[in-house]
Design a protein around this ligand. Structure first.
Ligand SMILES: [Fe+2]
Length: 271
């Protein structure tokens, strides 16, 4: 059985900077250490975008240092906080399309994995964090799904193409998400994995099952009313795991850094 690790929304910064008092570099290291300690046998690791907090060159260098010795290939994706040109200055060998998008397709056994780039720009507008899939990126997706020789698929994109009920984030979801979902639904036999929300969630949209994970760093807040897209909490960091089976995909999420975590081999009863 093949296995893929996921880290979502690392938000790495320049050295010494923090986000809501958390150090993104240290939090990423802690999650990577925990994920590799238990899953060094994973076939790949996918980073679901927002690698850097403000597209900083220094943040991408930090990421490069942290993943360089990992025992599996790492596939980075773009999120709304990333800057494609700065990323490519550091990750010079990153797979990119003829149009310059950071997208990748690979197969693990009976599963095709497709990672997409939903960063809107250039030009980049710092006040607009919504995502975009242009005709070229849609064509890339359509071709990759059409040519998979009967394989099941995992499709990864940073921006959810659906409303989550978290009002602040729904304002900055994927633009034309319905068209994107219709393409996925027409192809079928796939699972969609998104970033952006910084929470463990699952559901289905237009018949397409989806999952998302918490961040190694700061987490989203379950506030269904607030229009603020920056609400964050300092809950533990986390990573995700997809197990690729003969009949589909099993998705797990694991928290890291629970200070009082204890493991028990059986129940204890009183009296
Ligand atoms: Fe994010």
């Amino acid at each position: 059985m093949h296995k893929i690790l996921f880290l979502s929304d690392l938000h790495l910064c320049a050295a010494g900077e923090t986000i809501i008092g958390l150090n993104p570099s240290a939090r990423t290291k802690a999650v990577l250490d925990a994920a590799i300690a238990d899953h060094a046998d994973a076939d790949a690791m996918i980073l679901l975008g927002d690698l850097a907090h403000r597209g900083e060159h220094e943040a991408y260098r930090d990421l490069q240092r942290q993943i360089t010795d990992l025992p599996m290939p790492v596939i980075p994706m773009m999120g709304n906080h990333d800057r494609r040109d700065v990323f490519l200055q550091v990750f010079t060998d990153a797979p990119k399309t003829a149009e310059g998008h950071i997208q990748h397709v690979f197969d693990l056994g009976n599963t095709r994995i497709i990672t997409l780039d939903s960063l809107d720009g250039p030009p980049y507008v710092d006040t607009d964090h919504a995502g975009k899939i242009c005709p070229a990126r849609m064509a890339f997706l359509d071709t990759a799904l059409a040519a998979r020789d009967g394989r099941q698929a995992i499709v990864c994109i940073h921006h959810p193409p659906f409303d989550t009920g978290i009002a602040g984030m729904d304002k900055i979801k994927l633009t034309d998400g319905d068209g994107f979902l219709d393409t996925l639904a027409q192809h079928g036999n796939l699972h969609l994995i998104c970033g952006h929300i910084h929470r463990t969630m699952s559901g289905f949209a237009r018949g397409v099952p989806w999952s998302m994970f918490k961040s190694p760093c700061h987490q989203g807040v379950l506030d269904l009313q607030s229009p603020n897209s920056h609400l964050s909490s300092n809950e533990p960091g986390a990573y995700g795991i997809a197990l690729l089976t003969q009949n589909g995909v099993v998705v797990h999420s694991e928290d890291v850094g629970l200070q009082d975590r204890q493991l028990f081999g059986g129940y204890t009863t009183k009296g």
